[in-house]
Design a protein around this ligand. Structure first.
Ligand code: HEC
Length: 191
């Protein structure tokens, strides 16, 4: 009889655990989305204003200094691990995608090639690591805009490419066209 009661209680608890998990995931998705908005919303205006006022060569410094700073500050403030990665990185140290990120980036590229607008895409997953701990991972692709092609496009002004060559040996982040997946915001949080 005791077992029957225990089983009964377990059944009663099961759905509530599941809804709690779902709510937990939903909360993380919302938080990840708002962090991405904050990251992009801080970086892009700085980039655009430097680009307009000081020109693209000077604006390279915004990307190489401000972008990592914003990511670091946001990570510290939120407790999430926040970065930008790419299938073709410029900063090989910080921008190289891991195996999971690469798989997700490839799915974004496949969706874009099938006609999807990159801005509508995102991906999240709860992963169980080898030690049994769980992490929530979220990625949102960054679409190549006209502005981006000055430094990531197919024909880059020699003044820009000379500076890029000097700062980023092995730079792979060129040859992108408007609408392409340039890379993605990648966020991670231990559950
Ligand atoms: C003025 C030149 C310049 C412009 C314009 C520019 N970028 Fe970059 N981008 C860079 C540099 C330099 C880096 C390397 C930053 C670093 O060292 O972390 C970079 C890095 C990145 C990364 C990180 C991954 C990697 O490749 O290292 C992404 C993603 C990215 N840019 C996307 C964009 C998008 C999207 C736009 C347009 C909205 C854009 N960039 C416009 C110069 C530029």
């Amino acid at each position: 009889m005791r077992y029957i009661i225990l089983i009964f209680i377990a059944f009663l608890l099961l759905p509530s655990c599941q809804t709690e998990k779902k709510a937990d995931v939903q909360e993380n998705i919302q938080k990840a989305r708002s962090l991405v908005k904050e990251f992009g919303g801080t970086l892009k205006p700085i980039l655009v204003s430097h680009f307009k006022n000081d020109g693209p060569v000077a604006a390279i410094d915004v990307c190489s200094k401000s972008a990592p700073e914003i990511a670091q500050n946001l990570s510290k403030k939120s407790g999430w691990d926040i970065k930008r990665v790419s299938q073709k990185p410029r900063n090989l140290k910080t921008g190289t995608a891991d195996a999971w990120e690469l798989k997700v980036l490839q799915s974004f590229i496949a969706a874009q090639q099938a006609g999807a607008d990159v801005d509508t895409l995102e991906h999240y997953e709860v992963l169980t690591l080898e030690d049994g701990s769980r992490v929530f991972r979220y990625m949102k692709p960054q679409k190549t805009l006209k502005l981006c092609t000055a430094c990531h496009g197919t024909s880059i002004d020699p003044a820009i490419s000379t500076k890029l060559d000097a700062l980023y040996p092995g730079d792979r982040a060129r040859g992108f066209s408007v609408g392409d997946v340039r890379g993605a915001f990648s966020l991670k949080r231990k559950l």
